[in-house]
Design a protein around this ligand. Structure first.
Ligand code: SAM
Ligand code: SF4
Ligand code: SF4
Length: 365
């Protein structure tokens, strides 16, 4: 079935032409009907990057020599407004999304974020946020009051020299720990703690973090260092495999595997045999989990990406600002998902070219 797209400038805009091509002949979609991509994967999660800026410069994400004073971050006018984000999110929810994660860049840098959280909370989804924690102590209460469900805090080490080396930052580690406490006090527990492990930099932090958070109710999730973006100089040799991470923990505090909570869960779950809680590993390099990947990513400027390692996005901002109605928006998202075949982590090799990959701070981690 072909349809006319209600775009004010649809005769002249190249973006509109691309949308017309994508939508021409796309089967209709009914809100609430199951939607599958070319590998039979359902659309369940939406990650939204609310800013491409950050207040720290993790060496594995935004190396300072690239993301310096002159780096061309997006201007305010390029960012989706909260109303635009909420409208797009509503379309996603009617297509089956049940989980929304706000991310970035550093999402707590986006002014009045709690206003967006309140708008998204009204969609009755599992609403979470990933933060580096530097501003969390100040903002946790307002975020919780606005309707945020839970929070994930990134913390790669507990000792000051390693923490500062990983984040290339002057922020003291204590500030992040205060942020975690504030999140708990505000009712955002249990907190998940994300730790990227990079060979030669913070292997010792694996056991430090386990020791610190065992018995606290918080769940540390160790992440294999990934080849996202084109600027972090990733090498396979820098990856500490999940098996090694688990072995290091097990030597100190014996652990055993736990069944996943649901299909498509990113972290593999383990628990301490003495009952002191859980840890997780996100083994996206050594044990790819593309088979169950149910995620779509909305970047800061409204481009939609079907994979963290995608090289091209779909410009939803243009579609929306050109006057597309809700039905067209829904059709567009459905058409993109149906055409999706991504499985980058399954086919990655050390030689996979990186030059055109999108930076994580922009696409949203
Ligand atoms: N700024 C927030 C933070 O750091 O929590 C949110 C955005 S950050 C891009 C989201 C997550 O991606 C963080 O937990 C971070 O550690 C992780 N991350 C960034 N670069 C990575 C890489 N190269 N490999 C693995 N994880 C990475
Ligand atoms: Fe910023 Fe998060 Fe990237 Fe670190 S991982 S540089 S905190 S966006
Ligand atoms: Fe999903 Fe792409 Fe990551 Fe595979 S590589 S798990 S498809 S985001």
């Amino acid at each position: 079935m072909s349809r006319t797209i209600p775009l004010a400038d649809h005769r002249t805009s190249r973006a509109a032409e691309r949308w017309e091509t994508l939508l021409a002949g796309a089967p209709g979609v009914t809100a609430g009907a199951p939607l599958a991509d070319t590998r039979g994967r359902a659309l369940k999660d939406l990650r939204i990057s609310v800013t491409d800026r950050c207040n720290v410069r993790c060496v594995y994400c935004m190396p300072k020599d690239v993301f310096g004073r002159d780096y061309p971050f997006l201007p305010q006018s390029a960012l989706l407004s909260f109303e635009e984000i909420a409208r797009i999110a509503r379309a996603f929810v009617s297509l089956g999304v049940t989980k929304i994660r706000l991310t970035g860049g550093e999402p707590l840098l986006r002014r009045h974020l709690e206003r967006l959280i309140a708008m998204l909370a009204a969609l009755r989804v599992d609403l979470t946020l990933t933060t580096n924690g530097a501003l969390l102590a100040k903002k946790a209460r307002a975020l919780a009051e606005a309707g945020l469900g839970r929070v994930t805090v990134s913390l790669d080490a507990l000792d000051e020299p390693t923490f500062r080396a990983m984040g290339d930052t002057d922020t003291p580690v204590e500030r992040v720990l205060e942020g975690i406490d504030a999140a708990v006090a505000a009712g955002l527990a249990p907190v998940k703690i994300n730790a990227v492990v990079k060979r030669g930099l913070n292997e010792h932090a694996i056991v430090d973090l386990a020791r610190r958070f065992r018995g606290s109710g918080h769940i540390v999730r160790y992440i294999e260092y990934m080849d996202v973006g084109a600027t972090n100089g990733w090498r396979m040799d820098d990856v500490v495999p999940a098996a090694e991470i688990l072995a290091r923990i097990d030597r100190e505090f014996p652990i055993e595997p736990v069944d996943p909570n649901y299909t498509g869960e990113v972290a593999e779950r383990w628990r301490y045999r003495d009952g002191a809680g859980e840890v997780g590993v996100i083994a996206s390099v050594t044990q790819a989990f593309c088979r169950d990947c149910t995620r779509m990513r909305l970047a800061t400027d409204g481009r939609l990406y079907t994979c963290l390692f995608a090289t091209e996005g779909h410009d939803l901002r243009s579609l929306s600002r050109a006057g597309a109605d809700d039905a067209t928006l829904l059709q567009a998202i459905a058409a993109i998902w149906r055409a999706r075949g991504d499985r980058y982590s399954e086919i990655r090799t050390a030689a996979t070219p990186r030059s055109s990959k999108i930076e994580m701070s922009y696409i949203g981690g």
